[in-house]
Design a protein around this ligand. Structure first.
Ligand code: KIV
Ligand code: NA
Length: 277
């Protein structure tokens, strides 16, 4: 397989070939999504919750995100790798945004970065694009600012709110973003907005009309124990499988069924005799 590029994604949109994106947060998850053949891998700040155990994406630091990003880089071959700029690492100024994006590329090994929101964030996106780093936008439900949006709820469910999602998407497109994530937006609203965009839209809870889909790794595999959003479909129940396997280990140690002879090292009888003599 050839490395996935930003222009490849534009071509896929043109060819109406769905773009598959998923999150990853460490070396094994990166290797697994890579082997499954996904097009785009997002080192999402959702990792704040799924692998670091924070109650939201707000507290995760830039250094923590960079650590996850470096691990993912080591596990990926061909997918396009997107670094998710964490809350507080890009809002203050264009300079801050560019500096943060640079760290994701130079230290984290990301191909591109993603940021949330379409107001001031569109200007931050423009600055990062000018600095030579492609930017993915993110509109609708933006978890970093969920408190200001009135909680974790669908966006664009009133005419005014739908117009805001449209305006944000247009600003991001105008700022030079190469793609936009639409999160938790009614499918009909998404479809109307799509007609005004010429860049790929990757949906999560935005209906079937988008140019691609993105899901959180732990959600699709059934590993995460927390809140399950409406858009999260599970293709596995790995949490259950992992607890079962670990419980078997616990039991076998307790009843002395593990380790068996096949897990033990040997010593030649003559050596053993010399040792015990
Ligand atoms: O952090 C994340 O996982 C995301 C996706 C849900 C788009 O931003
Ligand atoms: Na995110």
């Amino acid at each position: 397989r050839k490395p996935v590029t930003v222009s490849k994604l534009a071509q896929m949109r043109h060819d109406r070939q769905p773009i598959v994106m998923v999150t990853a947060y460490d070396y094994p998850s990166a290797q697994i999504v890579d082997a499954a053949g996904v097009d785009v891998v997002l080192v999402g700040d959702s990792g704040a919750m799924t692998v670091l155990g924070y109650p939201s994406t707000v507290p995760v630091s830039l250094d923590e995100m960079l650590m996850l990003t470096k691990a993912v880089r080591r596990g990926l071959t061909t997918p396009l790798m997107v670094g998710d700029l964490p809350f507080g690492s890009y809002e203050v100024s264009d300079e801050q945004a560019v500096q943060t994006a640079m760290r994701f590329v130079k230290e984290g090994g990301c191909d591109v970065v993603k940021l949330e929101g379409g107001g001031q964030s569109a200007e931050r996106a423009r600055a990062i694009v000018r600095a030579g780093i492609p930017v993915m936008g993110h509109v609708g439900l933006t978890p970093q600012t969920a408190t200001a949006l009135g909680g974790f709820r669908a966006q664009g469910v009133t005419a005014e709110s739908a117009r805001e999602v449209l305006a944000d998407a247009l600003r991001l497109q105008d700022a030079g973003c190469f793609a936009i994530v639409f999160e938790a937006v009614p499918a009909e609203v998404t479809d109307v907005i799509l007609r005004q965009l010429h860049i790929p839209v990757i949906g999560i809870g935005a209906g079937p009309g988008t140019d691609g889909q993105v899901l959180v790794y732990h959600d699709l595999l059934g590993i995460f124990d927390g809140f399950k959003p409406k858009f999260a479909k599970r293709w596995g129940e790995l949490r259950k499988t992992m607890i079962e396997a670990t419980s078997h280990y616990v039991n076998e140690v307790r009843v002395r069924a593990f380790p068996g002879p096949e897990h033990c090292y040997g010593i030649k009888p003559a050596e053993f005799e010399r040792f015990t003599a």
